[in-house]
Design a protein around this ligand. Structure first.
Ligand code: ACO
Length: 323
């Protein structure tokens, strides 16, 4: 049975780091409030002339370097973003051009903060069906471009960045001992769109718009839906929470992450946390966390790694894989 195994990871963070205290100058907020309510301490913001495709390309190059392969070895690029450079073409094709790729195909996936989980599941489908042998899966965002800087309830939460994972086809036995992606679980409920959305867009306003969120409602949906999707994906793979070596969650809020881990009975030592240094980078947060933890040598071959995310839509889901 064809499986999608992780061949390499990479990431890129813009050089500008903004500490929580920066917001104390312009907003009625404090470092203390942001830390205790969210776990966020700082975030990176892209420079004015630095675009989502630049972040994505840098993460892609890092992943290729670390995997020891070149762009010629890649058959497809699937890129998750809600903050593309332009309405079209897809950011993925900009990365393809930037890498000098002259074959294969590239497209974007949009499921907001759940985008990377959707992109991983999508790439897994391409590999399983024989459409591609190696897929570069990227999450890249410049959420700083869609912030209302007067809204203290949102603008302190988000950051910019990109992460990339290279998936490669491998033969497995078809059981839970295989390396690679073991199961995926994707969900959306469009009735919940008013909880988290951007109030602009090409068709409706002709402007980029700004992010709007009912934070406390999002919070409540998040813990319940994330624990449910995580348990469901483990069940599909024939695994239990006790089998999970690493939970690599979407990094939106430390309280959501620990609440979900608690609900699943996972000790916090098994959770990869980057939210303090990155903030919420939407679709980039999981591949960033995977790459940072990989670089630290945390994952051993055969480890069970569980990812989960929720975002605007609302859309949420999870992927479980064996490293
Ligand atoms: N500084 C100080 N006070 C603030 C700030 C701030 N930065 N932001 C909000 N407050 C105030 C509110 O105005 C409110 O004041 P009020 O009682 O006078 O009206 C008070 O804090 C409490 O507001 P709540 O929204 O109830 O605070 P809560 O404890 O829920 O924390 C937060 C807010 C951090 C946004 C939380 O709800 C949260 O994290 N929700 C999930 C958000 C999230 O993760 N979104 C992303 C998921 S999907 C995606 O990643 C796109």
């Amino acid at each position: 049975m064809r499986r999608s195994v992780v061949r390499g990871t990479g990431h890129y963070l813009p050089s500008r780091v903004v500490e929580n205290s920066y917001f104390e100058q312009t907003l009625d907020t404090t470092d203390e409030w942001i830390r205790t309510r969210t776990g966020i301490e700082r975030r990176h913001f892209a420079a004015e002339d630095e675009y989502t495709s630049d972040l994505a390309l840098a993460a892609a190059r890092d992943a290729l370097d670390r995997a020891g392969i070149t762009a010629d070895d890649i058959d497809a690029i699937v890129l998750a973003t809600s903050t593309p450079d332009l309405t079209f073409p897809a950011v993925a094709t900009m990365v393809q051009a930037g890498l000098g790729m002259t074959r294969g195909f590239a497209y974007d996936v949009q499921a907001v903060c759940a985008g990377f989980v959707f992109a991983l599941a999508n790439a897994d489908g391409l590999i399983r069906t024989g459409q591609a042998d190696r897929v570069l899966v990227i999450g890249a965002e410049t959420f700083s471009r869609i912030m209302d800087w007067t809204d203290r309830g949102t603008c302190v939460l988000f950051g910019d960045g990109a992460g990339a994972v290279i998936l490669e086809a491998a033969e497995g036995k078809g059981d839970s001992h295989d390396r690679g992606i073991l199961a995926c679980d994707l969900n959306s409920d469009g009735k919940l769109r008013d909880l988290l959305y951007v109030d602009g867009g090409v068709s409706r306003t002709g402007t980029a718009g700004a992010l709007r969120m009912q934070g406390n409602l999002v919070f409540r949906h998040a813990v319940e839906k994330l624990a449910a999707t995580a348990n469901r994906v483990l069940d599909k793979a024939g695994l239990a929470p006790a089998d999970v070596d690493w939970l690599v969650p979407h990094q939106a809020n430390l309280r959501i992450i620990t609440g979900t881990a608690q609900k699943m009975g996972l000790p916090v030592e098994r959770v990869v946390l980057t939210v303090a240094d990155h903030g919420n980078t939407s679709a980039a947060s999981i591949p960033l966390a995977l790459s940072v933890a990989d670089r630290e040598g945390r994952f051993k071959q055969g480890d069970v790694v569980l990812t989960e995310a929720i975002g605007g839509g609302m859309s949420w889901g999870s992927v479980v894989l064996r490293w």
